[in-house]
Design a protein around this ligand. Structure first.
Ligand code: NAI
Length: 245
């Protein structure tokens, strides 16, 4: 129980990788708030089955007032926030020549501005506690680029730069900030790929297979644990060896 009685927030925790992260943190002992535009009640029910408390809050992370309200409700319930996982993310793919401004804005708003708003909102309690973990879910696409994903790549590369800057701002107060860069993970986001597209991608992965949401979740649980106390400003790739730097 490395996270016994810690309080965690997982954005986008209603399904997919975020749901796996929330369950993994709960298995390690944490109480978890799910902040998602979709209903997080299924994730909450599964966390409660594990004997932990949980809260599902319907939040659009691009709206500052909604984010602030959510953090207030979480503080009212548990009185502290130890872990924030900025996981919610979207894609609006298209080649740059034809990319609509609205598709650029939507992806940057959710993937980057959402993480900014949530990090800012939890910072006060974390700095007061002199302890906290912020873990941002980036992507290998933010490191290597991908045709048709200029908006997504920009948002994820931005998240990595954001994390390094914030890590430097808050390190002296006991708060660490790290990123995880998943590769190709089985989820609704990658379900849209054809078998042929998947095969082309898999040929580039040294471990030769797609990852599972729980592979990302284990890395998050490690970064959230006391074992990772001396790690900040880093990006951990969970990608089967796709990117090696
Ligand atoms: P998903 O699409 O299955 O889940 C994303 C969740 O975020 C959904 O529950 C959705 O409702 C929520 N969400 C979207 N917009 C929101 C908003 N404005 N406010 C609150 N919640 C919002 O995606 P998946 O695959 O689970 O991805 C999770 C994260 O992992 C994302 O940041 C994604 O970019 C990243 N990632 C995923 C990879 C993959 O292969 N699936 C690879 C690399 C990174």
């Amino acid at each position: 129980m490395r996270l016994a009685n810690k309080v965690a927030i997982v954005t986008g925790g209603a399904r997919g990788i975020g749901q796996a992260i929330a369950l993994h943190l709960a298995e390690a002992g944490a109480h978890v708030a799910i902040c998602d535009v979709q209903s997080g009640i299924e994730t909450v029910a599964r966390i409660e089955e594990l004997g932990r408390t949980a809260l599902a809050l319907q939040v659009d992370i691009t709206r500052e007032s909604q984010v602030k309200d959510a953090v207030e409700q979480i503080m009212a319930k548990w009185g502290r926030i130890d872990i924030l996982v900025n996981n919610a993310g979207i894609t609006r793919d298209g080649l740059l020549l034809r990319m609509k401004e609205s598709d650029w804005d939507a992806v940057l708003d959710v993937n980057l501005k959402g993480a900014f708003l949530f990090s800012q909102a939890v910072l006060r309690p974390m700095l007061k506690q002199r302890e906290g973990r912020i873990i941002n879910i980036a992507s290998v696409v933010g490191l290597m680029g991908n045709p048709g994903q200029a908006n997504y790549a920009a948002s994820k590369a931005g998240l990595i730069g954001f994390s390094k800057s914030l890590a430097r701002e808050v390190a002296s107060r006991g708060v660490t900030v790290n990123c995880i860069a998943p590769g190709f993970i089985i989820s609704d986001m990658t379900d849209v790929l054809t078998e042929e597209q998947k095969k082309v991608l898999m040929d580039q992965v040294p471990l030769g297979d797609m990852g599972l949401p729980k592979d990302v979740a284990s890395a998050v649980a490690f970064l959230a644990s006391p074992d990772a106390r001396y790690i900040t400003g880093q990006t951990v790739n969970v990608d089967g060896g796709l990117v090696m730097d």
